[in-house]
Design a binder for this molecule. Sequence first.
Ligand SMILES: Cc1cc2nc3c(=O)[nH]c(=O)nc-3n(C[C@H](O)[C@H](O)[C@H](O)COP(=O)(O)OP(=O)(O)OC[C@H]3O[C@@H](n4cnc5c(N)ncnc54)[C@H](O)[C@@H]3O)c2cc1C
Ligand SMILES: *[C@@H]1O[C@H](CO)[C@@H](O)[C@H](O)[C@H]1NC(C)=O
Length: 594
Amino acid sequence: MYAPLNINSQQAARKLKVYEFDENNPNDLKRRAVNQSRPMKVIVLGTGMSGIIAGIFFPREIENLDLVIYDKNTDLGGTWFESRYPGIACDVPAHAYQFTFESNTQWSSFWPKGPEINAYLKSVATKYDAIRYMKFGKKCDQAVWNETTGQWSVYMTDLETGMVFVDTCDVLISATGALNKWNWPDIAGLHSFKGKLVHSASWDTTIDVTGKRVALVGGGSSGIQILPQIQPKASEVLHFMRGKTWIPPVSFGAQSLRLQGNNAQTPDDLLEKFKNDPKSYIEFRRKIESDLHSASEVIYKDTEMARTFQKMCEEHMRSKLAKKPEILDALLPDYPVACRRLTPGPGYLEALVQDNVKFIPEGLEVYEDGVITKDGTRHEVDIIITATGYAGYGQPFPLYGQGGTNLQALWDNDVPEAYMSLAPQKMPNYFCFLGPNGGPGLGSTVPFLEAQGKYMIQCIKKLQREWLKSIVIKYDAVKAFGAYVDRFLEPTVYNGNCRVWWRHKGNGRLLAMWPGSALHGMYAWANPRWEDFDYELKEEQGGNRFNWLGNGYVTAQLVGDVAGMTFYLDDDKSFVPVQNPLLAGKSPAPEIAS
Ligand SMILES: Cc1cc2nc3c(=O)[nH]c(=O)nc-3n(C[C@H](O)[C@H](O)[C@H](O)COP(=O)(O)OP(=O)(O)OC[C@H]3O[C@@H](n4cnc5c(N)ncnc54)[C@H](O)[C@@H]3O)c2cc1C
Ligand SMILES: *[C@@H]1O[C@H](CO)[C@@H](O)[C@H](O)[C@H]1NC(C)=O
């Protein structure tokens, strides 16, 4: 679908601008060709997967675009750049966690480690030249909508020099990630600890656990990945895990690969085959992705499929924990399987039953030299790892929209919500990736993110085409969408009695899940409901919403571009002659004279 950008065609596009009739009055719409659209500056915040999608898709789809993508980090990758804890890996098959238009046939494993994923992101961003738009080491502190100019003022700090600066744009896109903020857990005495204290979200790669006594706090997605990595090296691991969790069998979702036990490595012969025959890889991708997309009943509570799946996980856990059944009792949840994010965690259950691991299903306190269990016993340790996840959902910096409304305060004090997950109230010309209720519970994440990007592209192009100053979602549309989300999620497993970061602390509302599958979201975003938005015209429209119709021409006519003038003659494979079986043999189609 997307080829690396052809610079020549960009230059050709630029040449067209010569045909603005009045150089002194370039925005006189009556003198413009109808397709000489409004120039537009877009700022994207974040260079993770979402920012990369913007950096690849936007310049290919949007003309007259000035694009800048800022990130506070020193390089791109977001989650996959930042997360460095031992065992960091994706928890869906990588074959279904890559861009639609760039297949990596050589994933070393079903769940490759973080650095391999980050290297992939970097290679794609380089190949498709998204990097050209990216500026690193620049942190956004706040953004303010200017109602007069119809632009965002974006306040930035250059982290290297400490200098602050303001950039402005017509459209602001948030790609700052849902899981980019973390806090120390609330554990008494935690910071009195004199040994090494580290959080999974902010790992210190100099840490070596070899021969050390380690306390690992938390058994969510990251704790599950960390334990099997540190257990063989550490002399002792005290694994504090207050919550319960489901661990699915490794082969779950991996039916298409011939996995052996815990070994999720891609077999050599498959790697060779995929390399030599990319078509066979696409077929393989289809299989993996369709595995992920199907099985939809699992997301509803008390369905046959949810029960079968739960039983499968329970049996798996029972057999792996046979040596220490007391762990099973403590770990086995009473909530439905997919209520929390499922992490396959190859090797986690096996590590739990090793002699040097003590599973402690309770909270703890910390003193200078170690940890204190609930019974008051002190245990000396050298290292404490808190794998307690990320800060809850929220807007990471103040964002002042219409009438000075601060989205950060709105989301902190009330409930984070956004129309179709990407357009929050009172924030004109602003869209967010992975916004509230903007993550797929079922199906593949990347095409889903790409579809969010395409929706934004449609909105930006509409602003350009029709010379609009602003587009902003109607309040009642935000509320109606929110009500729909609540109703949809009510009977799903996400609404089980589990503790998750994506439940609102105040009213318990579910904040992460899109109300449907990934494919469902892609369908729903394909055609924006323009009637749900309010618009303002740009001054150039002179008060008439139709002035953008311009001088009666398209640019191809003005430059004598033959192909452009006859674009409708492009090969269209969708039209093929049909034989009407009812007429077969009766009246032959008339010959077309050549
Ligand atoms: C440990 C971990 C494992 C995961 N595993 C999976 C998985 O297996 N499958 C899956 O589908 N999803 C997974 N996820 C979710 C994952 O975050 C998303 O799939 C995806 O990577 C999100 O990309 P993003 O670009 O939206 O956000 P991020 O990758 O979080 O990137 C956000 C970027 O914004 C930048 N930023 C934030 N605030 C500012 C600011 N104020 N100014 C400038 N820049 C800023 C950050 O520096 C960062 O680079 C995982 C998440 C984590 C944390
Ligand atoms: C909006 O922009 C105008 C014109 O540049 C400027 O005079 C005004 O101070 C700005 N308003 C705000 C709130 O920044």
